[in-house]
Design a protein around this ligand. Structure first.
Ligand code: IDC
Length: 444
């Protein structure tokens, strides 16, 4: 093959790759914080305080944020890939309390305990900020595991949740999970004692945040919690399952809990065995998700990681920290995200058309006036503007009509503006193609 020919083929490949890539970009988003608003618990369900409808979270949990297979995925880029490509609308930040340089027990790191703690709190802050900017919900998870009984570090937990609930008291999108998985014989009454001490600490700063409480035996015994629930509002109880290990008898526990009126949230599930590795069982996982959907229960997949274990959603060892396509996902990841796309119903409507006729004019006082031609069947439009050609650090705005004024722009700066139509679909929105980009300089 001649050199020319090789060059030609390489060019062709690049063009084809670019075409494939552009197909996988942003086209949908599940219902977000701007749709549901603050969440609250009503009966057995998590509901929107705005509309009263059942709020459905299609969630993903990080791996331990203490760990190099977990924290690198705490970013706006990673979360927006989850949101835009798969309709994920919530993330869970799992912070181990003991393992892997845990918050309470650094276990041999070459750092002081308080350095470990401030690093972990910074990671949480990055995650909460990213989720907030992306209109997503976020759970702050106190990941009790090796420490078994949450009472062991109750003092630390109270201080931690006091700080978190103060810091995020204005956030509509933060949920608190106060003990991941009590185990080692920890009883429901032990857990209740812990919860009764920790919940008021959060309530003092954030009176109506949703608080999630773990249940005995690695958060399996929701049936036991249902016999004697806590006396607080806006509390949910967690059930965790790993489909290859936990089957009918565990679904029966859930059935019992629901029949007794317990509000349940699945903050962790996997397709794998309980170890997080081994066989994956999609048939059992499907039974679980069907049951959860029928009962309006939200769920979070464990875990957003490239660790070589079958529960990890990314392909083992993949280097990409965001922007994953199908080939970057593990078997479990492909299955989970495919289910999310089906179950959130976003793809159930056709794409809206591309916006045409965008006009942009300067308006007095550092403002721009935009107008465009309507797209048939659109429920609204998303306007995107930025001072960067490539729309880095862009701002986004949802608009119902076919014109809008955007303000607080920077004097003498050149702005790039584009927009796309959306249709309401399932629990979220489906976006059409972007209009042509307009460029305009803000007059002084
Ligand atoms: C697992 C991780 C694994 C890690 C192990 C111990 O997948 O890489 O080595 O923890 O820290 C849970 C726990 C969750 C477990 C997961 C799979 O909440 O921390 O993660 N699992 O074992 N409960 C049931 C299963």
């Amino acid at each position: 093959m001649s050199l020319h020919n090789i060059k030609y083929r390489l060019c062709l490949m690049v063009v084809m790759l670019a075409a494939v890539f552009s197909l996988s970009v942003v086209h949908a988003s599940a219902a977000g914080v701007s749709d549901y608003g603050t969440l609250k618990v009503s009966g057995t369900k998590l509901v929107s305080s705005k509309t009263g409808e059942n709020a459905k979270l299609f969630g993903v949990s990080t791996h331990g944020i203490n760990w190099d297979v977990g924290y690198p995925y705490i970013s706006k880029e990673a979360f927006s890939t989850l949101k835009d490509n798969y309709g994920v609308n919530a993330v869970r930040l799992a912070m181990y309390t003991t393992e892997y340089f845990g918050y309470c027990d650094k276990a041999g790191a070459n750092e002081s305990q308080s350095q470990v703690q401030s690093t972990l709190k910074e990671r949480i802050d990055t995650g909460v900020k990213a989720a907030t900017e992306l209109d997503m919900y976020v759970i702050i998870d106190w990941h009790v595991l090796n420490d078994q009984n949450p009472n062991k570090y109750k003092k630390e937990a109270k201080a931690f949740f006091k700080e978190m609930s103060k810091k995020y008291s204005e956030n509509d999108n933060v949920l608190y999970e106060i003990c991941n998985e009590p185990n080692g014989g920890t009883s429901w009454s032990d857990i209740k004692k812990y919860a009764e001490d920790v919940i008021p600490v959060i309530r003092e700063n954030d009176p109506d945040a949703v608080i999630i409480v773990g249940t005995p035996t690695w958060s399996q015994d929701v049936d036991i919690a249902a016999d004697n629930p806590l006396k607080f509002d806006n509390v949910m109880y967690t059930l965790h399952f790993y489909a290859s290990t936990h089957k009918d008898s565990y679904r029966d526990k859930l059935k019992t809990a629901i029949s007794k009126g317990l509000p349940v949230l699945v903050t962790e599930y996997g397709l794998s065995e309980a170890s997080g590795d081994g066989n994956i069982d999609t048939a059992e996982a499907k039974k679980w998700l069907d049951m959860l959907d029928e009962n309006g229960i939200s769920y979070f997949a464990w875990s957003l990681s490239n660790k070589a274990e079958s529960s990890a959603l990314l392909k083992a060892g993949t280097g990409k920290k965001s922007g994953w396509g199908n080939s970057d996902l593990s078997k479990a990841g492909k299955w989970v995200f495919n289910q999310y796309k089906k179950r959130n119903g976003i793809n159930s409507v056709s794409l809206p058309g591309k916006v045409s006729g965008l006009k942009v004019k300067n308006k007095k006082g550092r403002k721009l006036y935009l107008s465009w031609a309507p797209v048939s069947e659109a429920n609204g439009y998303q306007v995107v503007y930025s001072t960067g050609k490539k729309f880095g650090r862009s701002k986004k705005k949802l608009v119902k009509g076919t014109s809008v004024t955007i303000s607080k722009l920077k004097k003498k700066k050149t702005y790039y503006v584009k927009l796309r139509a959306y249709k309401k679909a399932g629990t979220g929105k489906r976006f059409g193609k972007y209009s042509a980009v307009k460029k305009i300089k803000i007059k002084k």
